[in-house]
Design a binder for this molecule. Sequence first.
Ligand SMILES: [Zn+2]
Length: 289
Amino acid sequence: MGDIKESTAVTFPVGEVSGRSRVVAAAPVDGGYGVIVVETPFHPLDATWPDQPGDTGVLRWDELELRVADCVTGAVPLSGGALLTGEDIPVRRGDPDWAWLVVHVLERRVPEDELVELDVEPVRRRALSAGHTACHLMALALNEALAERWRRDAPRTDGLGRPDFDQLAITASRIVPDGSVDTYRIGKSLRKKGFTADGLREELDGITASVDARLAGWIAADAPVRIGVPSADLAARRVWRCDLPEGTASLPCGGTHLRRTGELSDARVRLELSESGDELVVETRVETA
Ligand SMILES: [Zn+2]
């Protein structure tokens, strides 16, 4: 793998689900062969913040239709070395001394330099995009519903100017088809930052209702959703933006999204506070129009 000097160019941030490209390398990985191309529409699971699962689909080469069973992030040092994937990558996402690669996991090898056609399974992609868009909207609605629980100015605010409970407390986010599961830690450090959890359990129903109502309003507003793409490089710092009636919200995001909030038809959350009260899990479920 010593000859890889460029990160994979990606087209999924602008919503592409198919493309044509040249094979740069293929190497054994967990579950089969990892095939790397110059440019791809496939979204890989991120190694640093594994929120949205990798795309599945097919890779067509020379009359053959090969199933892409999974898609993960890989990295190779620019100075040369083996292909590493997922948690084996020892550096932070985007480290400039490494090439950042979309690794399509196939059952067999495809020779280098071959031209291939790439097709993402579009129904699953759309369901994941819906789940991811809903996840970010939920975060903003939750910030608003919890805003009065900050006893002093929070150390950071979200794009709508509210205390950013989401970014200050989140420990994991899992995007699923038509939804997401987000886990928040309400511990000592969050309390030190000014958040009060007093009486939170008794207020869960009210918080749920206000998040649901806000989501319904944002769906009705049919707000445009964009991804700011500074470059085609997989490791580029992309930003999700949504022009909501209250203002433009933005969040760093490596995933895929719907183009408008009106593509969702219904969104609901379920909040679960752990017995000890220090973990809040928010399950978001959506339907698409
Ligand atoms: Zn995101």
